[in-house]
Each structure stands twice: as C-alpha cells, then as structure tokens.
Design a protein around this ligand. Sequence first.
Ligand SMILES: [Zn+2]
Length: 415
Amino acid sequence: MLLAHRIELKPNHRQATFFAKGCGVARFAYNWALERWQQRYKDGKKVDEALLRKELNAIKREQFPWMLEVPKSAVQQAVKDLGSAFDHFFRRVKNGEKPGFPRFKKRGVNDSFRIDNGPARPGADAVKVKGSAIRIPKLGWVRMREPVRFRGQSKQAIISRQADRWYVSILVDTPHHPNQPRKNHGGAVGVDLGVKALATLSTGEVVEGPKALNRLLRKLRRLNKQLSRKQTGSHNRRKAQMALARLHRRIGNIRKDALHKLTTQLVLNHDIIVIEDLNVSGMMQNRHLSRHIADASFYELRRQLEYKAKLYGCEIVLADRFYPSSKTCSNCGAVKAELKLSERIFRCDTCQFEIDRDLNAAINLEKLAVSFTDRVNACGGMSAGSDAEAPPSEAHPVKQEADIEQVRITPNRFE
Ligand SMILES: [Zn+2]
C-alpha cells in the first residue's frame, strides 16, 4: 500500500533558497510545456508529455542551464504533471463535464516540486530518509520535524510551501497494517456533518467542532477585508497576504486535527460508516465563509475515512446525493416536502415524532448501511468488515494523528 506522510521541514537559509528555486524551476517547466502543448496543438501536430519531456531535455542545457541546479526529476515531474492535468481534463470532457483547461502556474500559489526515486542504481538522483532527516539530490540532508511513520521504501518526495513554512510529503511503499488494532465492532453508524457541530452520529453522540475555530474565522474575515484595502504591489499588501496565508494554514490544521480524531474513532469503533455523498447541508448554508469551511471539511473527512477504512478494515457507504436524509422521518419513513434550514427540530407530520434535525439525518444514513449489507450478502456473501481483525502493529505508536494520505497507485498524480 502506498501511503504518504507529510512532515514539516526545518531548512536553513541556504536550503530554503534551494527549495524556492526548485519550485520556480518546476513552475517554469510546467508553464513552458503548457505553452508548447498549445503551440503544437495549433500547428496540428501530435503532442503528449513524453514528447515534451524529450524536447525540454534536449534544449535545457543550452537554453535553461539553471535547470541543472535542481534535481533532474523536478523538471521531468513537472512536465508529467502537465500530462496528468490534460488526462484529467480529457477524461472529464469525455464524461460530459465542463472542466477548466489546464492553466499556467503562478508564483506563490501551491508552490511545490516533486522528486521521484527511479530504479535504484548507484549515483541515481534519489531521495533518502534516515531518522528525522531527508536527503535531497543536489542539496544534501535536511532536517525534518519528525521521522516518517511508515517502514518501507520511499518512492517520492513532494516539497511544498505553505505560507512561510516548508513541508515534505514522502510516499512510502509499506506493507498493509494499521497502527492500532480495532477496538470493537460497533456495527453501522450514520454520520451527519454539520456547520454548527462538527458531526452528529446516529448513536446520538454530537462531536463539537474545535472551539478556537470560530474566533479564527472572525479574524479571517477581518484580515480579508484589510487585504482588500491594501495597494496592489505594495509591501504592506505582501505582508497582509502572508498573515492571511498563515491564518489559513492554522485554521486548516485545527480543522484537520479535529477531523483526524473523529475519523480514527469512527473506523476503530464501527464496521460500516455511512456519510452523504455531498455535503448537502453545508451547501444550503448561505453564509459564504462557513459554507466554504464546511465543504472543505467534508472532502477532508471523506479522504481520511477512505484511507483509514482500508487501513483498519471497515466499509464506507456513500449515500446517494439525492437521498433525502434530512427530510425523511427516521421513525416512520415519511418524507417531508419542505424543511427549512432554520428548523433545528424535525417534526413529522405523519407520526408526530420529534427529534433533533441532525440526529434524524444521521439515523437515516445509518439505515442505509442495512440495505448495503443485504446487497453485499446477496451478491456473494462477503459481509462488510469481515476482514477487520487487525494484527497488532510494529509501527510507531500514535501520539498525535499523522498527516497521512493514501495515494492512488498511478504513476502520475495530479495535484
Ligand atoms: Zn414519522
């Protein structure tokens, strides 16, 4: 199983400069390839990323000698990333969606570069990890905040900047084992993600969101306003931008931490977890900022649940996006025609049942798990969560939730 662990780096001044250069080169290569792609397309010529990589390789020594100062794969991976961006674009066109065309990268927006470990041969351009340090080709050893949590061969490293900090995401090929064994098999649970509370479970448990978040959200609004008043290109504007980026990072970290705690508890205690396919309740909110946060939380929750479900051996069931989890009475099954967002208590017109709105939705979601198991049992007998007994782990004990993502096994990941 391929797992990535994202760790903060502690570069010195020279190393941070090198990273900035790596990002700059990768961005340049990406934009160069995008321009060439469009040109060849206009000229009616065949184009793909392999062709552009070859072309760039042939001219870079002459035309862009500074590219040689960063790891070779940073250049190649950038062009491959463009190939993935086009793959993604064409796939979505084929599906009848309306995707945006791949765009030129801007400085300061998602700055990153990728170093791949090719086939092992002596002197190869490779990443090495040892304890709390990582060796970057053409740079040397850089300190990390913590060691990598997984044992196995490191396949690639993505170095990225968020506000004023540097991070490395290390992809490790690791044997499949969870950090902790499952505690118990609590059957199915429905999870309704909210804006006020982080989540309401069908067991009746309400998981409050982190308290610090509301205060920070108010601050975010204020900083946004302040930024809009600063003059374009001014030093003060740059300062305000950095303050805003730092705050975004902090909010994101707090949110992620809360979600990690929630999702770990969910996969440790339940065999089947049912969530909505889209965060419908979040989408109905008209407060712009809280909506944005809730949506982001939803995608993050789903991402975490999906990889943790694989690690710990439980099932995730996604409710159809048109399933009326909020409008259905969890007692008698009657569906209301209309339910205002302000109605925090669900009152059934048919059976007079009264229940908290979010709990009602969570219970309805849990009910979907029953039909899910029936379906699975009917078509082949593999009941959900049957392979859940996990072997005790040899990995590092979990003190704090790691920022781990499961990665789809494709050679080119589009980010
Ligand atoms: Zn009812």
